[in-house]
Design a protein around this ligand. Sequence first.
Ligand code: HEC
Ligand code: HEC
Length: 308
Amino acid sequence: MGKFQKLIMVGFIVFQSIGVANNLPDIAKGKTIYQSNCSGCHGMSGDGNGPAANVLSPLPRDFTKGKYLFRTTPSGSLPTDENIHKTIRNGVTRTSMPAWKNILNDQDVSDVTSYIKTFAEKFTIQTPAPEVKLPAVVPEKTDELVQDGQMLYRLMECFSCHGPEGNADGPTSDELVNDWGNPIVPPDFAHDPFKGGSDPIDVYRTFSTGLTGTPMPGYDDDIFGFAREDIVGDYSNLEAVYSENEVKAFDSWARNTITGDELYSKSEEDMYAYFQMRKWALVYYVLDQREKESLIFKLFKKDYELTQ
Ligand code: HEC
Ligand code: HEC
């Protein structure tokens, strides 16, 4: 290595270490930021019970359990720091959690994150599990995917919490509680923006990670590994919620599903791609509920405005 190269190397290392030092989160500063910006809702001790909490729905997060809804890690895992940063910067749609990106800079966000982590002992004894792997390619939406998704929605009993068409009117929709013992209402797919983001890849991620702390489960790719033999048969669960014709439609879909022999003769790679495609079908079905509904809604709104 020549002298000049060595000089550059030294310069680079010094530069890098200054960069890192600047970015080390400062818990004491984080505490000050927290007490002046966050404690009104989240409480001085991080238990979610600040002075404003009793008028808010959903309630502000209680940080003492270390349970975070918005993550790139598997269901039940701690979030990464970057997951928490993102929530603080962008806020949570449909709730009172504000977006702080125009008020706090990146260093503030990292400081306050390090402080809120001190509320939960879990962060001192566990580390976040590796991030869930997402497919690199997002497939195009097709009618076939949407139709498959509708049947998968029935098969996987999403309706029990979300209602037969995702309008939050399922058998258990108004009995659900979160891990803090508070009532929680599922979104109405037709109108409510999704907290975890509404791009196809966001919804895919939310299905994969679940919303830990709420009843919304995480779905591994493996769960999608069923064949015709596993699903044709007793539809009493569907009969309780869907019309006779809808159950019939499900039955004929089920009877056309891939057989176990066909499925397991695929290579492992192809099989997983197949499972993932089923998850995409569900994503596009759920997103389609909004597109369909918003069209009707827009027409209605236009009518409404014209008659005013
Ligand atoms: C006006 C009330 C309010 C203020 C002020 C507020 N929050 Fe929140 N915050 C909420 C609510 C409500 C939720 C719960 C959202 C939900 O359950 O979907 C929440 C959730 C969160 C979450 C949980 C994310 C997850 O993955 O579960 C974090 C982290 C958070 N807030 C950080 C902060 C920080 C840091 C500040 C201050 C800079 C702050 N909040 C200020 C109301 C507030
Ligand atoms: C045990 C009840 C339950 C089941 C089963 C369930 N969900 Fe949920 N789901 C919820 C609740 C509760 C929420 C709302 C969480 C919140 O807003 O904090 C939710 C949220 C969602 C969201 C919105 C996520 C966001 O980013 O805001 C989507 C989309 C969703 N569920 C789809 C599904 C699909 C598809 C299935 C079936 C594969 C399913 N859910 C199964 C209870 C359930």
